[in-house]
Structure formats: structure tokens, C-alpha cells
Design a protein around this ligand. Structure first.
Ligand code: NDP
Length: 434
């Protein structure tokens, strides 16, 4: 704490992980004695840079850009770029730290990193977003590469932004390589990458339900957010027979008692991805309830899928969810539950999936995009979805087995942290003091 004053989110993420690693450190003294933990919490490299850009009126703006290259023990740095006014070093370091374990869980060869800028894409024209992305990449390009560091999307960075950044990278390096993932299908992207995080989260939750002999048929689900992760979480839940009754954005929440179907979801995709409008429009069009509060957690549900942002489920929200009969919480977002909320879920035997396990489908499919780029071929839709499904089943099994092995059956958080840690720690030991 003395070293990283004011980095609340980073310290929150580190504390959660270190606390759950205690049984693994007792069983593996070699990880205690070689400075592994001290090295794990210190990023290998942090880059911070100026991003000047011009708006449509010719006014100059300056944002701050970052890339945190956290750990490359098992592969090139890999993790998203976030464009949001709340971006700080603390947020990106927490995300980069979590990414190291998440990527290890996928079993693919990817290290961990994260980056972004305190730029707010909301209300900006396409041309302004393009100029920002080009300026951002004009500095970032010298630090990344297909075998060095491969960024992807995150909040505020979707297909449009990846396209503008890829174009600029290509122009600066004169190379067409898989340096970014989440690319368009016509220029190196992978089928199912847009769907992957949401679908993967539902596949993970399905495995958790199976441990209690249950399925999604007839279950009522609350989802927060209405961006990439939320949209495809709703899509897969609907396909599996669940009724999803909520979506939200940073202005409010819609509550649709009848549930989202394909047509309604198409409207949300058009609204959010193309028109970049507010979720309130959905309520107006379909006569659903609209609440000005940001979170859907007071809506009665069997399963909750927080898919917007960090710390969006507080202890009070967790209490309400449990009181209303929620039995499963599956994190699509990164660190959406506060530590107090997680304690309540575990104490009340709620099936709780930490984001680093349940939202790993996104980065896993980015890994598949990298493989396809390296081989210069593309797999079909069913093949990628099947691989994603198998990866999620395996991550679930690994977390469940590890939690059991270390004496806390059903504690997926402990299972995810320990199994990710062991893979990275072994690689660090093998590679000497670096
Ligand atoms: P998007 O930008 O597509 O969507 C984010 C959604 O969350 C939007 O509806 C946004 O509302 C809402 N939101 C963002 N910040 C806040 C806030 N502070 N308060 C309330 N609502 C907010 O991002 P993604 O769907 O890609 O990411 C969502 C979460 O999933 C993040 O935590 C991200 O790190 C995580 N994640 C994403 C992966 C991916 O593949 N995309 C992979 C793994 C994790 P509004 O429209 O008003 O901005």
C-alpha cells in the first residue's frame, strides 16, 4: 500500500488473489522462497503517453494513454484496451493483474497486459474517434507486436476502434499481422470473437448449474450492462431457455418482465452498436419499466450476470439478490463484485463464478484468433464455438478440482486463483530471476 498509494482497485485485486493463495503457498514452498509473489505484483513494464487529437471544430484535446505489460512468463502480453473517462493506472493495473491469471486458466500461451486511455468515446463523431485511435496507435505501435504484446477490445473499444487502430498500425509498420484481436471478419478476425465473452460466461454458468443437477430452462436471469458482453450473454441465455429480464447502461436499467427475445435483442444491438443510443429507448419502444438507478440487482432473479463494470455489486446489492432467491452469480465483467459481496455469496452457498474464470472465453477466443492469423486460415463458426465451449468446460473443471484439492469445494474463486497462479509461477521459476 505504501508503494501504490491511492491505487484502490489494484490493491483490492491483489489482496483478493494473495489471500486465496495461502493454501497453495503452504503446499509449494518453492513459490514462497523465490520472490514469486513480489515479482507477480510488479508489472514488467508500464508505458504512459500523451495522446493529442483534434475535434471536428479544430480544437486540440490531450488524453493520457497507457499500456501495462504485466507478465510474459507464459506468452506475449495479452489483454484489452479500455477507453473510458474513469481509466487510471490503478484500474489498468488491476485489470492487467487479473488478466495474468485469467490467461493462464485458458491454457493458451498468453501473458497478461492491459491498456487504454481516459478518452470518452460517448458523443464523439466517427471522425473524432478515428483521429483519437490513430494518435493513440502512433505511440503504442512501437511497444506492441504479434509476438510481443497483442491488445484487444474492452469497455469503449469495439470493432470500430480496433479497425482504426489496426489501420494505423499497418500504415506505420508496413506489416499485416495479428497484432490486435477483435478484428473485422474480412481482415483477419475470428468468427465468434464478438460473442465469445458473453457465450463463454453462460457456458461456465451452465457447468455450475449442472453440479446441482439444474439447467437454464425456465430460469429468470438479471444481466447488467448492454454492451458487448451483456448482449451475447442475453443471446446465449435465451437460446438455452432462460428468461432475461434486465439490461442497463450508465444512465439506468430496463426491466422487461416478458424477457428479451431475438427481435428485442436485435433492437438493442442496433441501438448500442450502431446508433450508440441510451437503453432508455428500449423501454420506450417495448413498454418495459425503466429505472434511473444504474443496477438491476433489486429485480428478483434466479441467476445474475454482472456484465458492465468493476464494483457494481456491493454488499447491499448482494443481500438483496440473496433475499430475492438468487442462487447463481456469474461475472461477465471484471471484478464487478466487491469483496464484501463475494463473502456474502460464499457464506450463503450461492454459486459464484469470478470473472477471471467465467469471462475468460473472450481472451480464449482471441487466442484462437491469434492461432488462425499465424496459420493464415480461418475456422468455421461451429468449430470456433465448439472450441470455446470445450475451453469453458475445462476451465470450470480446473477451478472445481483445484478448489476441492485445496480444501474448499465449490469455491471457484480460490480454484481459479490457485490454478492460474501455479501455471504462471512454474514458468517464472523455470525462466530464472527475471
Ligand atoms: P462495452 O463498452 O461494450 O459495454 C459496457 C457496458 O457497461 C455499457 O452498457 C456501459 O454503459 C456499461 N458501463 C460501463 N461503465 C459503466 C459504469 N461506470 N457504470 C454503469 N455502467 C457502465 O464493454 P464490454 O461489454 O466489452 O465490457 C464489459 C465488462 O466486461 C468490462 O468489465 C470488461 O472489462 C469485461 N470484459 C470484456 C471482455 C470483452 O471481450 N469485451 C472480455 C472480458 C471481460 P454505457 O453504454 O452507458 O457506456
Amino acid at each position: 500500500e505504501a508503494r501504490d498509494p491511492g491505487q484502490a482497485e489494484f490493491l483490492q485485486a491483489v489482496k483478493e488473489v494473495l489471500y486465496t493463495l495461502i493454501p497453495a503457498l503452504e503446499a509449494h514452498p518453492e513459490f514462497r522462497d523465490n520472490g514469486i509473489l513480489e515479482r507477480l505484483v510488479e508489472p514488467e513494464r508500464q508505458i504512459m503517453f500523451r495522446v493529442p487529437w483534434e475535434d471536428d471544430q479544430g480544437r486540440v484535446h490531450v488524453n493520457r494513454g497507457y499500456r501495462i505489460e504485466f507478465n510474459s512468463a507464459i506468452g506475449p502480453y495479452k489483454g484489452g484496451l479500455r477507453f473510458h473517462p474513469s481509466v487510471t493506472p490503478s484500474i489498468l493495473r488491476f485489470l492487467g493483474f487479473e488478466q495474468v491469471f485469467k490467461n493462464a486458466l485458458t491454457t493458451l500461451p498468453m501473458g497478461g497486459g492491459k491498456g487504454g486511455a481516459d478518452f470518452d468515446p460517448k458523443g464523439k463523431s466517427d471522425r473524432e474517434v478515428m483521429r483519437f485511435c490513430q494518435s493513440f496507435m502512433t505511440e503504442l505501435f512501437r511497444h506492441i507486436g504479434p509476438d510481443t504484446d497483442v491488445p484487444a477490445g474492452d469497455i469503449g473499444v469495439g470493432g470500430r476502434e480496433i479497425g482504426y487502430m489496426f489501420g494505423q498500425y499497418k500504415r506505420l509498420t508496413n506489416e499485416f499481422t495479428g497484432v490486435l484481436t477483435g478484428k473485422g471478419l474480412g481482415w483477419g478476425g475470428s468468427l465468434i470473437r464478438p460473442e465469445a465473452t458473453g457465450y463463454g460466461s453462460v457456458f461456465f454458468a451452465e457447468e455450475m448449474l449442472k453440479t446441482r443437477g439444474e439447467s437454464f430452462a425456465g430460469k429468470t436471469c438479471a444481466v447488467s450492462g448492454s454492451g458487448n458482453v451483456a448482449q451475447y450473454t442475453v443471446e446465449k441465455l435465451h437460446q438455452l431457455g432462460a428468461k432475461v429480464v434486465s439490461l442497463s447502461d450508465s444512465n439506468g436499467t430496463v426491466y422487461d418482465k416478458d424477457g428479451f427475445d431475438e427481435e428485442k435483442l436485435d433492437f438493442v444491438k442496433e441501438l448500442k452498436n450502431r446508433r450508440r443510443g441510451r437503453i432508455k429507448e428500449y423501454a420506450d419502444k417495448y413498454g418495459a419499466e425503466y429505472h434511473g438507478d444504474l443496477r438491476p440487482w433489486d429485480i428478483p432473479c434466479d441467476c445474475a450476470f454482472p456484465s458492465a463494470t468493476q464494483n457494481e455489486i456491493t454488499a447491499a446489492d448482494a443481500e438483496t439478490l440473496i433475499k430475492n432467491g438468487c442462487r447463481l452469480v456469474c461475472e461477465g465483467a471484471n471484478m464487478p463484485s466487491t469483496p464484501e459481496a463475494i463473502d456474502l455469496f460464499l457464506a450463503n452457498k450461492v454459486l459464484y463464478a469470478p470473472g477471471k474464470a467465467s469471462n475468460a472465453g473472450g481472451v480464449a477466443t482471441s487466442g484462437l484468433e491469434m492461432s488462425q492469423n499465424s496459420m493464415r486460415l480461418s475456422w468455421g463458426r461451429d468449430e470456433v464455438e465448439d472450441r470455446l465451449h470445450q475451453i469453458m468446460i475445462k476451465i470450470h473443471q480446473t477451478c472445481a478440482d483445484t478448489a476441492e484439492e485445496y480444501g474448499q469445494p465449490g469455491n471457484y474463486m480460490m480454484g481459479a486463483n490457485i490454478s492460474g497462479f501455479i501455471r504462471v509461477a512454474k514458468a517464472m521459476l523455470d525462466q530464472g530471476l527475471v
